[in-house]
Write a protein that binds this ligand. Structure first.
Ligand code: GDP
Length: 457
């Protein structure tokens, strides 16, 4: 992502410069558990980049010079991680201090684009430090500016844009084929569903569990009600079968080539058998899909058998009032036993009758569309702050998880890089809480979000 960071020792005017470049005033609030505004962010629209002021990071208010040095080093380290262009602000009047030199040293090692900005060069101010001092820092001639009055601002703006390079235009939606696959244990109806979709006999349905066939890829289109064809590629995993001797489901699963199918898919259909409920093996498979960070459409197949069972008053069906009640209980039991990304769609279908097969494709398509969402960094951080305000993270061994700054780094899958105090203080349940909160806020139902934590181990 296009990110620009402002660094420099305290009082050189970083936040003034920040407000100028961001073209707005960002107010700073007090420390709070979970997220602080140690790092302040703004989206700079006329350049398409995220601007960061790291100036608050690591400072507490009552800081000794030694602490300030430490905090400044942390700020620079952070900026180097997070940004591609760094604005290194110094004081044009005071000249270069020891701390400036220390910061310069770290920045020189970073190989990032560094622009040296000598602030407080107000018009009519003649008492500027000697330029040779600035040269010695190793970043060439400084940009003389007055963040207070705006002199030199345009030059800095332009230099930043030049270093960032042009905004990459998104390759326009020559919408790629949606790659899908059916995953599930043997005999849940994967091949039957494939056949149903393809309305052809190109895939052989077998009654014999454990039959092996090779994975095949099949392209097909589905014409939506509005007449527009949607293109799909089905990676058939029917060929993926257990090596029969392996006992534990984890081992069993790990051997399967279905991992390849998962990774090659945009959306995975996790197939369950309506009559069987959730089995151990289903759990292992669900876990793999979640681990691969793929969006899931949960497909509960053989729905016709449920109706049939009601009709014939099969034993066991008296627990349910009707098909709807069955569905609700099935869903509840499933979500209790399997962890999926919040909002994962659940479809009750029948490969035999074709019930809800179209909806299954529509659900996949809708999920896929969400994967294109770009989360603006400022809103992402504001949301995390809000979530941490609402439910502060638990203290782990006297430490609380704290996010300094977060930014989306990819979309398929969603990856969010989170700069935090200590990686280990993020509990799994809090991670899920944050994920669920982001899914809700940015309408990413069913799309897993992966957090890449950057902090002390
Ligand atoms: P796979 O191993 O997951 O590919 O499962 P198959 O597609 O080979 O199906 C296993 C068995 O379940 C076959 O006998 C199918 O005819 C049957 N089957 C699949 N889908 C349905 C369904 O929706 N309703 C009913 N009644 N049977 C189904």
């Amino acid at each position: 992502p296009r990110t620009v960071a402002i660094v420099g020792r305290p009082n050189v005017g970083k936040s003034r410069l920040f407000n100028r470049l961001a073209r707005k005033r960002i107010s700073i609030v007090h420390d709070m558990p979970g997220v602080t505004r140690d790092v302040i962010t703004a989206e700079v629209e006329d350049g398409g980049y995220t601007l960061l002021d790291t100036g608050g990071l690591g400072l507490t208010g009552s800081d000794t010079p030694a602490r300030i040095t430490k905090a400044s080093e942390a700020q620079v380290g952070f900026a180097i991680e997070a940004a591609s262009v760094i604005l290194f602000v110094i004081d044009a009047r005071e000249g270069v201090t020891g701390l400036d030199e220390r910061i310069a040293q770290l920045l020189r090692k970073s190989r990032k684009h560094v622009l040296l900005v000598a602030n407080k060069a107000d018009r009519g101010q003649e008492k500027l430090a000697d330029i040779s001092e600035f040269y010695r820092l190793g970043f060439g001639e400084p940009f003389y500016i007055s963040a207070e009055h705006g002199n030199g601002e345009a030059e800095v703006r332009n230099a930043v844009l030049e270093k960032l390079g042009p905004v990459q235009e998104e390759t326009d939606e020559e919408r790629a084929r949606l790659h899908i696959c059916f995953l599930g244990r043997p005999n849940v109806g994967k091949s039957s569903l494939s056949n149903r979709l393809l309305k052809s006999d190109r895939l052989i349905v077998s009654d014999v569990p454990g039959t092996t066939r090779d994975a095949v890829e099949l392209d097909f289109s589905y014409t939506n009600k509005d007449g527009k064809p949607w293109l799909f590629r089905l990676v058939d995993t029917a060929g993926i079968r257990a090596a029969p001797k392996l006992s534990s489901s984890v081992e069993y699963f790990s051997r399967l080539r279905s991992l390849e199918a998962i990774h090659g898919s945009d959306v995975v259909f996790m197939v369950l058998d309506a009559m069987d409920g959730v089995t151990q093996q289903d759990k292992a498979i669900a876990g793999e899909i979640v681990k691969a960070q793929k969006p899931i459409v949960i497909v509960v197949n053989k729905w016709d058998l449920v109706h049939e069972a009601f009709r014939t008053h099969s034993p066991g069906m008296e627990k349910y009032k009707n098909a709807r009640d069955f569905r609700e209980k099935f869903e509840k039991a499933m979500f209790d036993q399997l962890f999926f990304t919040p909002g994962a769609p659940v479809m009750f279908v029948s490969a035999l009758t074709g019930h809800e097969i179209d909806r299954m494709l529509r659900a996949a398509r809708a999920l896929d569309r969400r994967l294109d969402t770009k989360i603006p960094t400022a809103r992402l951080n504001a949301t995390l702050i809000k979530l941490a305000d609402r439910t502060p993270p638990p203290a782990i061994g006297g430490q609380r998880f704290k996010i300094y700054y977060a930014t989306q780094t990819s979309r398929r899958p969603f990856r969010i890089k989170v700069f935090c105090n200590q990686e280990r203080t993020l509990t799994e349940s809090y991670r899920r809480y944050l994920e669920a909160g982001l899914v809700k806020e940015f309408e990413l139902d069913g799309c897993p979000i992966h957090f890449d934590l950057v902090g002390k181990k």
